[in-house]
Design a protein. Sequence first.
Length: 85
Amino acid sequence: MGILCTLINLYLLAVFAFIILSWFPLNPGGLAYRIFTFLRTIVDPVLAPLRRVLPRLGPLDISPIILILGIGIIEGLLGCGRGFI
């Protein structure tokens, strides 16, 4: 379980980095933009289905919040130590 918990934590870190970078205007071709693009390829396959299911709240995208809660529940079920369950 240790490796799986580590991978889940790394994915959670990628989600947080994606959220933070999405708040700033990024210069195309810059390092931050390339990091953001890489993170989007990792995070969007999970966020896209959530965005289709969740209701729109104007400009607010709550799909990352739901994803973080889901990851916390999965961590708790797996016994990773910091889960919500």
